[in-house]
Design a protein around this ligand. Structure first.
Ligand code: ADP
Length: 447
């Protein structure tokens, strides 16, 4: 599986593609050079040398060379000679074909040229020249040389390109971090070209997104603060009104506004781990306590795998708030024929993972990434039937992150959604005053 993933990643890598293009170019160049050599250089040099040597063989035979002269020629230019005639039969090498064999065409001709010439004394000379073999050896050497020099050029060019394209890797890393919701980073500008400018623009974009989010949070905070005083005045004024239906309705609306403002202020209080007081607690009784009131159903809650004890450094009350929020949603959004909500907890290395799976409608895929944003609701109509303002899950996320943990949602294979809470164990958090560092969430954990 991991090999397949690796192969897919390689196929999608621009660096692998560049290397493949360069190797393909080198291979076609090699093919071109060897084709030119085989189809043009080799035949034309053979035919030229044949004409020249034809003349030379005739002149040589006319000078009636002795065995000594022939041996000297072999040493100097690699020419083999065989003589058959009145002075006997001799050759400069063992295994040379006889003149008769050459005339009949029985001699091996690979890379060899045969010249049969008559001598003035009535004898016959056979000259064997291995010009073709020489040419072949030169060809092979040339190809090896070309191959090595091309590999050297390809590897050097590749390492330069890799260096030049370093910003692409860095940008890829930045995009991954941004999509994971991290905004506290600045990518280094590694080059002073278009890619450097792109990195700069990316850093500016991240800065702007961060400013916009900060402005949004600040606006929410300011509005919440500003609304508190008029709300209190309205409540006082309401108490002076006659006790009738209108007063009850107004009172309910004011209470709802007050609850929303309290949740918004709570959301702000939890930023960067503020408002959390951790101590060593057992998560199991907190889980069971939070489920109380929802167990009787419908659809009910069932614990399917919980260890006897899970000791963690947590703010028990805040974790209970998270759990109650998730249980309440799971029950609220369940369908008439839904199975019970299942709770499962286990320790995975340095993390404790709690999985809460319901059998409701699940979350539309397009909404999963926004689910933990303040005021986000799948049902945009904000109907009174399902209640809520879409602040519950964003508070849960802040609480989990303040513990150095995380919360994610996944749709189940069959039906419904699973909320997965991750908390660091005591060793993973290495906390001093209780809670772990916010933001050290378990990015690589596979749920
Ligand atoms: P609310 O108070 O509106 O429930 P939350 O922040 O708790 O706000 O939830 C945000 C939205 O996420 C809800 O409005 C709902 O659309 C969706 N949601 C939350 N939990 C579930 C669930 N278990 N099944 C389906 N949808 C859910």
């Amino acid at each position: 599986m991991s090999e397949r993933r690796h192969a897919l990643r390689l196929r999608g890598s621009i660096f692998a593609k560049l290397l493949a293009i360069m190797l393909a170019m080198a291979a076609s160049l090699l093919l071109m050079v060897s084709s030119v050599f085989i189809l043009v250089v080799y035949p034309s040099s053979i035919s030229m040398s044949k004409q020249v040597f034809d003349e030379y063989a005739r002149t040589l035979a006319a000078s009636s060379p002795t065995l000594e002269t022939a041996k000297d020629l072999r040493r100097r230019v690699g020419l083999q000679t065989r003589y058959e005639g009145p002075d006997g039969t001799w050759g400069t090498a063992v295994g040379l074909p006889t003149i008769d064999q050459v005339r009949k065409g029985d001699a091996s001709s690979f890379g060899r040229e045969y010249y049969v010439e008559s001598a003035p004394n009535g004898g016959t000379y056979l000259f064997v020249w291995n010009f073709g073999q020489h040419m072949h050896a030169v060809h092979v050497k040339l190809l090896w040389l070309l191959l090595f020099s091309m590999m050297a050029v390809v590897l050097t060019a590749y390492s330069f390109q890799k260096r030049l394209l370093r910003p692409v890797r860095s940008l890829d890393d930045g995009v991954q971090r941004l999509s994971a919701g991290h905004l506290d980073f600045v990518l280094p500008v590694l080059t002073h070209d278009e890619l450097g400018a792109l990195t700069d623009a990316f850093n500016q974009m991240v800065r702007r997104v961060k400013q916009m989010i900060q402005a949004r949070d600040q606006l929410l905070l300011d509005v919440s603060h500003e609304l508190r005083s008029p709300l209190t005045r309205m409540k006082v004024a309401l108490a002076l009104l006659p006790d009738d239906e209108n007063r009850a309705g107004l009172g309910a609306d004011l209470n709802e506004m007050e609850a929303m403002i309290t949740e918004l202020l709570e959301l702000e209080r939890l930023r960067d781990g503020r408002g959390i007081r951790c101590e060593r607690r057992d998560l199991v009784p907190i889980l069971r306590d939070a489920a109380k009131g929802y167990e009787q159903g419908p659809p009910g809650i069932s614990f399917v795998g919980i260890p006897p004890q899970i000791l963690l450094d947590i703010d028990g009350e805040k974790i209970r708030t998270v759990l109650r929020n998730i249980f309440e949603n799971a029950v609220k959004y369940s369908l008439p024929n839904s199975d019970a909500v299942k709770i499962f907890a286990e320790q995975k290395g340095e993390w404790v993972v709690v999985r809460i799976s319901d059998d409701g409608p699940g979350i539309p895929d397009a909404d999963i990434s926004n689910l933990f944003e303040p005021f986000f609701r799948v049902d945009r109509s904000r109907s009174k039937k399902t209640g809520g303002y879409g602040l519950g899950l964003s508070i849960c996320k802040r609480i989990m992150e303040a513990h150095g943990g995380n919360i994610v949602v996944q749709n189940n294979a069959r039906r419904g959604a699973s909320f997965i809470l991750t908390l660091p164990t005591v060793t993973a958090g290495q906390s001093s005053g209780g809670c772990s560092e916010a933001g050290s969430a378990p990015g690589s954990l596979v749920y």
